[in-house]
Design a protein around this ligand. Structure first.
Ligand SMILES: Nc1nc2c(ncn2[C@@H]2O[C@H](COP(=O)(O)OP(=O)(O)OP(=O)(O)O)[C@@H](O)[C@H]2O)c(=O)[nH]1
Ligand SMILES: [Mg+2]
Ligand SMILES: [Zn+2]
Length: 331
């Protein structure tokens, strides 16, 4: 039995069910998805639901709200999302893979060691910005470095406004500053590379029992211990979404998110003399000038360009794929 408000039920979802439908359907939230079934939480109970009961089983994400028909032969209705987190599925075919839906906060988790990388964090920040989700950076394994401040400063340089926490994820006492981020009814997704301590954080915060695994000392990399996305209810009502580690985040359409994460670059793009400036040796290029006088960081410019190249490739692959899909002929 769950309290729907604690599960994140909001007027946005409520209004998608007409008054007459309330007798025929009850709302439930997807907490876990397996190949053939998912686990849903409702005001009545937790139970399994066959994926085949959805009209479009491929378009399901943990965190989705669904309307369960009381009549068991009817299709389960997927309610519109407030937002979604998605990436490109591995394989380079521009397929979208959902990470989660209806998220309020994204905890971007990185550890204070070789895993830390500006480029990966910027991608996660862009993902959050595109979806309109508040990002927070959690730097784990602070106990294993003598210089946690170095990592904190590097993260701060990416966004001076953002909340950054440096912690030993195994120690619940060090996580108290994070608690206000998880009020009842709000959903927080954790994202980051394998082995950085996402499941460890969930266990410390939600008293959960997610499996965690010693990172191989040989290469310092995680082993993808978590293999499925799953929701966890915290003792006082917030929800945490554990995700499998991802080494590389290949963004789907993310133009607005990238622009939001790179205001330092975007401000100069508008100032180039020519609209079609290639920012190489073009006359009146504001980017070149800013790089030369040091007001634009060269590494940020390089990483911004890389994301733009990937966006172009993604859109081209997507367009090519859509052309190959045969359209129904007009009769
Ligand atoms: N010393 C120390 N160890 C940590 C910390 N956070 C996590 N660990 C350890 O790092 C290992 C990996 O942690 P997990 O929580 O499994 O990492 P994960 O991000 O969930 O990894 P995947 O599920 O593979 O994506 C475990 O042995 C944890 O005990 C930390 O802050 N300090
Ligand atoms: Mg894990
Ligand atoms: Zn230019």
């Amino acid at each position: 039995m769950f309290d729907l408000n604690q599960l994140g039920w909001k007027p946005f979802f409520q209004t998608q069910l007409g008054a007459e439908e309330w007798d025929a359907y009850s709302p439930a939230r997807i907490a876990l998805i397996h190949r053939s079934h998912c686990v849903v939480w409702s005001a009545q109970d937790e139970h399994e639901l066959q994926i085949a009961r959805f009209k479009n089983p491929k378009d399901l994400a943990v965190g989705d709200w669904v309307a369960l028909p009381h009549e068991h032969r009817k299709t389960v209705r997927l309610l519109n999302r407030e937002n979604e987190l998605a990436r490109q599925a591995p394989g380079g075919r521009a397929q979208k893979q959902l990470i989660g839906a209806n998220i309020d906060t994204l905890l971007i988790v990185s550890s204070c060691n070789d895993d830390f990388g500006e480029s990966r964090i910027e991608r996660f920040l862009a993902l959050a910005a595109q979806a309109g989700i508040r990002p927070v950076i959690v730097l784990t394994k602070a106990d294993l470095t003598g210089d946690a401040d170095h990592f904190k400063e590097a993260a701060r340089a990416l966004d001076p406004e953002i909340q950054i926490e440096c912690v030993d994820a195994r120690d619940p006492d060090q996580l108290t500053d994070l608690h206000p981020l998880f009020p009842p009814g709000e959903t927080t997704a954790l994202i980051g590379a394998s082995g950085v301590g996402k499941s460890t954080l969930i266990n410390s915060l939600a008293d959960a029992d997610q499996p965690t695994f010693e990172v191989s000392t040989f290469d310092g990399k995680g082993q993808h211990t978590t293999t499925a996305r799953s929701l966890h209810l915290m003792p006082d009502g917030g929800l945490l979404l554990d995700t499998p580690g991802m080494r590389e985040l290949q963004l789907v359409t993310c133009d607005l998110g990238i622009a939001a994460v790179f205001p330092d670059v975007v401000q100069y793009l508008d100032q180039c003399r020519f609209n079609n400036c290639l920012h190489q040796s073009d006359a009146g290029c504001a980017i070149r000038e800013a790089l030369e006088c040091g007001t634009l960081d060269a590494a940020r410019w390089t990483r911004y360009q890389q994301l733009q190249v990937e966006q172009t490739q993604y859109l081209e692959t997507l367009a090519a794929r859509n052309r190959r899909i045969p359209r129904p002929r007009n009769r």
